[in-house]
Design a protein around this ligand. Structure first.
Ligand code: GLA
Length: 364
């Protein structure tokens, strides 16, 4: 070992009481540290990533994810801060789909559509926990049995999400699910990042790269039209690093569908290397702090959402408020409303099959 080698990482975990649900269930907070200034806290209510601390270029640590200090705040309506989304990420048109000739109806919760699995999605469930500790990671495995018919979805679905923290400043999320009846599933995580620090203002100066040549355009109700469009020549072209704010206000109708007044990003990009966990999916750098996040995923798509619905009223951690465009989400997933577009990668899951997804967030 040369003197230049970084000290061996010491992975540690800690469990503290975070709060108590109205039904009396205790909710712990699990905090994982990698000995290299990265610290991640997870709460099993909603499977929520409650905080991620990472250093900037000078070793200054900040919490880079939006969220709350108390369980009470997470029980109130909020825009899915840090949560696991299920059973079905993003929108299902009119909450309706057909499987094996049978029609299903998910309760609508976003205009005429069902969003993120309906009004009582996985973000409101208390997940079972099992600690994970091995030579190169520390974390927690969460599991939840969604009973047949919950939010209108067929089949008893057992979902598992493993969060692990690694020495390379990496947070890994491994999802799996099995069912006892044919069903549909599309899981993701809805963390909002602000690399300058949560509550420090907008993310417009953050420079984003999305390794995707195409996206799925939407109609006014944010439902995919079914087309697959080239990003080239549009404000959705992030194939070369571009500040999020550079084109967010330009007069491009799709940007106004995502956010009527000022414009915003809320689209599914079609990743250039679906299924390839080695291929970079997205990267964002905050020039002020030098913090960078990279995402790698096995999923075919990513919803890049620029926090358009945040409006500065919601009070988050340490009493800070979250500005319009105050955080960005990269939701690795199958395309929205896939179940109603037979030419999109399928989201059906049959008994005997296993849904699986791995997504990595790596900080530098
Ligand atoms: C996703 C959706 C957005 C919005 C947010 C949560 O990103 O695509 O339209 O609903 O979740 O507010």
């Amino acid at each position: 070992m040369s003197t230049n080698d970084p000290p061996a990482a010491r992975l540690t975990s800690e469990k503290t009481l975070f709060g108590t649900l109205p039904n009396g269930s205790k909710v712990d907070k699990y905090t994982f540290r990698n000995g290299r200034q990265m610290e991640v806290s997870i709460i099993p209510y909603g499977g929520i990533i409650q905080s991620i601390l990472v250093p900037d270029r000078n070793g200054q640590v900040a919490d880079v994810v939006l969220g709350f200090d108390t369980l009470e705040d997470y029980i109130q309506p909020h825009p899915y801060f840090g949560a696991i989304i299920g059973r079905y990420g993003n929108r299902i048109a009119q909450g309706r789909f057909t499987l094996n000739g049978k029609q299903y109806q998910i309760p609508i919760n976003d205009g005429p559509n069902a969003l993120h699995g309906g009004p009582e999605g996985f973000e409101k469930k208390l997940w079972q926990t099992t600690p994970i500790e091995d030579s190169d990671s520390v974390g927690v495995e969460l599991s939840y049995l969604s009973p047949d018919g919950e939010m209108g979805f067929p089949g008893n679905l057992t979902a598992t999400v493993r969060y692990t923290v690694h020495p390379e400043n990496e947070l890994r999320i491994q999802y799996s699910a099995v069912t006892d009846q044919e069903t549909i599933v599309n899981l993701t995580n809805h963390t909002y990042f602000n690399l300058a620090g949560a509550g420090s203002g907008t993310v417009l100066d953050s420079v984003a790269l999305i390794n995707a040549d195409r996206f799925t355009p939407i109609n006014q109700l944010l439902i995919p039209t079914g087309e697959l469009l080239e990003v080239k020549g549009t404000p959705l072209d992030f194939t070369t690093p571009t500040a999020i704010g550079t084109r967010i206000r330009v007069d491009y109708p799709q940007l106004k569908y995502a956010e009527e007044k000022e414009g915003g990003y809320d689209f599914n990009w079609i990743l250039n290397h679906p299924g390839d966990l080695q291929a970079l999916a997205t990267r964002v750098t905050d020039p002020s702090s030098g913090r960078t996040i990279e995402m790698y995923t096995t999923e075919p798509g990513v919803q890049f959402y620029s926090g358009n619905f945040l409006n500065g009223t919601l009070k988050g951690k340490q009493g800070l408020t979250y500005a319009h465009w105050g955080g960005f989400c990269f939701e690795a997933q199958h395309y929205p409303d896939s179940v109603n577009h037979p030419h999109f990668p399928p989201t059906e899951l049959a008994p005997g099959e296993k849904y699986s997804q791995t997504t990595i967030f790596k900080f530098a």
